[in-house]
Design a protein around this ligand. Structure first.
Ligand code: MN
Length: 228
């Protein structure tokens, strides 16, 4: 066993549906603008943009079911997304082999300090201040692909206090899951424990303390988060 000069931080984990064992998280990649209607609502052109990615911190993932309203923002948005959890990785992974690396899928939220992200965009600065804050990635349990397969179509819906706010379909993704894995593996070495947040459909909007966010992805499951 190595010795450390300070207490070593623990490995961030996600629960796994139907198991007592946990999924350990190494890196968190997030794609931007992966549904045409959301690209348009954010001022982009869905026909001309190659994919782009940003990262959150592994310990931003949180399965407690509570999202503490973060400091330094008055415009925090929900983005409902499907999370892809990898059991293996590599470089230059071909599209037709990409799904072999997937352990499972989860319902998650890419919570965003939209005001701070907007300032960063205007100043051509990085996005971390808007995206990678504490508990910014509420996430349900990982559901093994061994049980549900690899969902590539099906309803993606977020209800806020019982009213549908975001509605889309996995089939509307501009960059499909195998393409995202292949693309990332050309730029980074992917590995077991990496997760990919696969983008949000249109309808992103601000949350308030007390809001109940109910995410549902057909073929994966549901996850409920309360803003506190
Ligand atoms: Mn997002």
């Amino acid at each position: 066993m190595p010795r450390f000069v300070i207490d070593a931080p623990s490995v961030p984990t996600l629960p796994v549906e139907g198991s007592d064992a946990l999924f350990p998280v190494r890196r968190v990649y997030c794609i931007g603008r992966n549904y045409a209607a959301h690209t348009i609502e954010m001022g982009g052109d869905p026909d001309r943009e190659p994919p782009f990615f940003f990262q959150k911190n592994p310990d931003n993932l949180d399965s407690s079911g509570e999202f503490p309203y973060p400091p330094k923002s008055s415009d925090v948005h929900h983005e409902l997304e499907m999370l892809v959890a990898l059991k293996s990785g590599g470089t230059n992974i071909p599209v037709d082999k990409a799904l072999d690396h997937v352990f499972g899928y989860a319902v998650c939220l890419d919570m965003t300090r939209r005001d701070l992200q907007g300032e960063a965009k205007d100043l051509r600065r990085p996005w971390e201040i808007g995206k990678a804050f504490e508990r910014s990635a509420p996430c349900g349990p990982v559901v093994p692909a061994a049980r549900i397969g690899h969902p590539d179509r099906g309803l993606v819906e977020l209800k806020v206090n019982g009213t549908a706010r975001q509605t889309g379909d996995l089939g509307q993704m501009i960059w499909k899951v195998p393409e995202m894995i292949a693309y990332l593996s050309d730029y980074f070495e992917l590995a077991a424990g990496d997760v990919i947040m696969s983008g949000t459909p249109s309808g992103v909007a601000a949350v308030q303390r007390g809001d109940v966010l109910e995410g549902r992805i057909e073929g994966v499951g549901t996850f409920t988060v309360t803003v506190v």
